[in-house]
Design a protein around this ligand. Structure first.
Ligand SMILES: Cc1cc2nc3c(=O)[nH]c(=O)nc-3n(C[C@H](O)[C@H](O)[C@H](O)COP(=O)(O)OP(=O)(O)OC[C@H]3O[C@@H](n4cnc5c(N)ncnc54)[C@H](O)[C@@H]3O)c2cc1C
Length: 411
């Protein structure tokens, strides 16, 4: 039985089903075998807040196994050695993983290459020399990357970044600060954004460039790991860039046009986060439906009370809409449309719908909803965060409003 009339290509459906099998064979058993590690933050993180060696090893195993199975690079273009599937597959694949694995089996995050951490269509923009150096280990899941755009003084207004790239000989010297850079504590490379032409940047006419930088380079330092939501460690970091020398082969995309690279990356992030919201939302709704039919109060299952079931019906309606929007946005991108308005509406709607669905599922579970074992709190945290990451809801609505006012009123 399907609720979706959109025709999803056979190869995408096959990959979706294959990923479910992959999760059952490679993800869930790893969580089951390492229960002690996953239940104790002191084992998950090092003193300095970075992931522990054990966790890094498990993540690496998942990446490499998924790469061997073809899932990790399934959406990387064929000319880069990937499976050549597009944005729809990226959405469908991640939605399946989030929905099927739920938040407890979160190593699944590493089964498909995340656009900012591993290979993606973004690598079409790196130079031939950079490809030779980084492509093979990235494609094999041996090495990873991070995406350094946001700064302490520039988040939503990313064009206001201050990291400078000063010309020096044939190359540039980079200096500045970055913040919230996900995966930076364990990444091997970083795509760093810096101002290459201050005048153009001030006039908001380009002037920002992207550079591929090894995290081991002199002048690249992870200053601090950022801890979110009471965790004793984390995956986001603050970076100090001091006089870091980059050569022309390290340029990503065209000089002064780094913002195009940033926007494309963030588009992939919006698809990914829509999949995360729909997948976790559906998982949480199903938990709530099961619980409502077994938990009794006043001599009857709570599913008999409309006060309990109507919010769940509301979640189902919203998740269905978000699911359709995600599929549609993926298809538009695959047709070559930038889908700026549609992707903005989709991500902003989906992350709120997903968050509400998890919140309602917590309410359905009463006090049980707040226990770590059920995983609802983990999904709640994850979806709260994506109301900000990859474009806040307000900034996305700002984009939608700008498009509408320019006459793009197709819905
Ligand atoms: C978990 C996590 C991971 C992240 N990973 C990365 C990463 O890997 N790389 C990276 O570069 N960045 C990353 N970010 C940063 C993220 O992109 C920024 O947090 C985001 O762009 C918002 O910027 P800000 O936090 O500085 O908020 P601000 O820009 O300071 O905004 C503060 C508030 O004001 C609102 N606001 C701002 N301007 C307007 C406006 N014009 N109209 C209406 N409201 C407005 C915002 O919506 C928000 O509510 C990550 C963030 C998080 C939370």
């Amino acid at each position: 039985m399907t609720a979706i009339a959109i025709d999803i290509p056979e190869d995408v459906l096959a990959v979706r089903d294959g990923l479910r099998g992959f999760a059952e064979a490679e993800i869930m058993p790893r969580h089951a075998a390492n229960r002690e590690l996953f239940e104790d933050q002191r084992l998950l993180y090092r003193e300095d807040g970075r992931f522990s060696d054990e966790l890094v090893a498990l993540i690496g195993e998942v990446r490499r196994t998924a790469a061997e199975a073809g899932y990790y690079t399934m959406c990387v273009p064929e000319e880069l050695g990937g499976g050549g599937l597009g944005h729809l597959a990226y959405f469908v694949g991640f939605e399946e993983l989030f929905h099927h694995c739920g938040p407890q089996n979160w190593l699944m995050l590493y089964a498909i290459s995340h656009w900012a951490f591993g290979p993606s269509r973004l690598l079409e923009r790196v130079t031939e020399r950079a490809r030779e150096e980084i492509l093979e280990p990235l494609m094999a899941g041996e090495k990873t990357m991070c995406f350094g755009l946001s700064e302490p003084g520039a988040g939503s207004d990313a064009a206001a970044i201050k990291t400078k790239a000063v010309a020096d000989g044939e190359g540039w010297r980079l200096s500045g600060r970055k913040i919230w850079t996900s995966n930076a504590p364990i990444a091997d490379y970083c795509i760093l954004f810096a101002v290459t032409d201050a005048e153009k940047a001030a006039a908001r006419r380009g002037g920002i460039s992207a550079f591929l930088v090894p995290t081991s380079a002199e002048g690249f330092e992870v200053q601090r790991v950022i801890k979110l939501f009471g965790h004793i460690g984390g995956d986001e970091a603050e970076l100090a860039i001091e006089d870091l020398y980059v050569e022309p082969w390290q340029l990503v995309g065209e000089l002064h046009q780094g913002f195009k690279t940033a926007l494309y990356g963030v588009s992939l992030g919006r698809i990914y986060n829509t999949a995360r919201a729909v997948g976790y939302g559906r998982w949480a709704l199903e938990q709530a439906l099961d619980y409502a039919q077994t938990r009794e109060t006043f001599g009857r299952p709570i599913a008999d009370y409309q006060g309990v079931t109507f919010p769940l019906a509301e979640s189902a309606s919203e998740l269905h809409a978000a699911h359709l929007m995600g599929l549609n946005a993926g298809m538009l991108l695959d047709q070559g449309s930038p889908a700026v308005k549609e992707l903005s509406m989709t991500k902003a709607y989906a992350v709120q719908a997903g968050f509400r669905a998890v919140d309602r599922a917590m309410q359905t579970h009463g006090a049980m909803g707040f226990t770590n074992e059920l995983g609802l709190t983990h999904a709640w945290h994850a979806l709260r965060v994506v109301n900000v990451a990859d474009g806040t809801n307000e900034i996305l609505y700002r984009t939608v409003a700008q498009r509408l006012l320019k006459g793009d009123v197709e819905l």
